[in-house]
Design a protein around this ligand. Structure first.
Ligand code: R5P
Length: 232
């Protein structure tokens, strides 16, 4: 089975948790797109849900799939968010933002009663950090922000190169919120909650891709089937 089929399987399993009347957070990325497409098929069969997309890309996908949309200004809480991840550790802490959607993804996940992470099992790691950690920053004062990030790294016992993300056309990648992303190549993050806290205090850092304590369940699709891991 190829990785797209595995992602679709994980997405299909998450769909079992969706009930009519739910308000849903709709994630971003290749795995979340499978969920949006499968959800769209159920909506066409009569399922009544309303969604909040976590990116402009997902908003367009959801509209194409016939899913009714709302915003976090119009609704208070969401019942469930289903999203992908770049890395998932045994505490269900995540690295997200490989596609640049981390800011809206975190706002939506934090406004949800439950977050299900869907992925193929290559995303499962013992310790976060092999995947470069996305840090969303304000372009103004980038040098000062980067120096503050490096200080936070030293305090948290990690080190690695910071690279301003470029789009495929060679220009700086700009997020849906108009910010830039610096990818931190750390290799291993021993204390992800501690690093998350330190990064959150830096002026100029809008958000970072460490999702701590947000995911309640992970659905990991592999050649042996789907493993469901609940947060302890
Ligand atoms: O910004 C992008 C998101 O955090 C994605 O959910 C994450 O990068 C995983 O994407 P994919 O399912 O394509 O591996």
């Amino acid at each position: 089975m190829n990785s797209e089929e595995l992602k679709r399987q994980a997405a299909a399993r998450a769909l079992e948790y969706v009930q009519s009347g739910m308000k849903l957070g709709l994630g971003t990325g290749s795995t979340a797109r499978h969920f949006v497409e499968l959800l769209g098929a159920r909506v066409r069969d009569g399922l009544e849900v309303i969604g909040v997309p976590t990116s402009e890309t997902t908003r367009h996908d959801a509209i194409r799939c016939g899913i009714r949309l709302t915003t976090l200004d119009e609704v208070d809480r969401l019942d469930l968010t289903v999203d992908g991840a770049d890395e998932i550790d045994p505490a269900l802490n995540l690295i997200k933002g490989g596609g640049g959607a981390l800011l809206r993804e975190k706002i939506v996940a934090a406004a949800s009663d439950r977050m299900i992470v869907i992925a193929d099992d290559t995303k499962w790691v013992e310790t976060l950090g092999r995947f470069p950690l996305p840090i969303e920053v304000i372009p103004f004062g980038l040098g000062a922000t980067q120096r503050a990030i490096e200080k936070a790294f030293v305090a948290c016992g990690v080190a690695g190169e910071l690279v301003v993300r470029k789009a495929k056309d060679g220009h700086v990648f700009v997020t849906d919120g108009g910010h830039w992303i610096v990818d931190a190549h750390l290799g291993r993050i021993g204390d992800a909650p501690g690093l998350a806290q330190s990064l959150g205090l830096i002026p100029g850092v809008v958000e970072h891709g460490l999702f701590i304590g947000l995911a309640s369940v992970a659905m990991l699709a592999g050649s042996q089937g789907i493993r469901v891991v609940e947060r302890q």
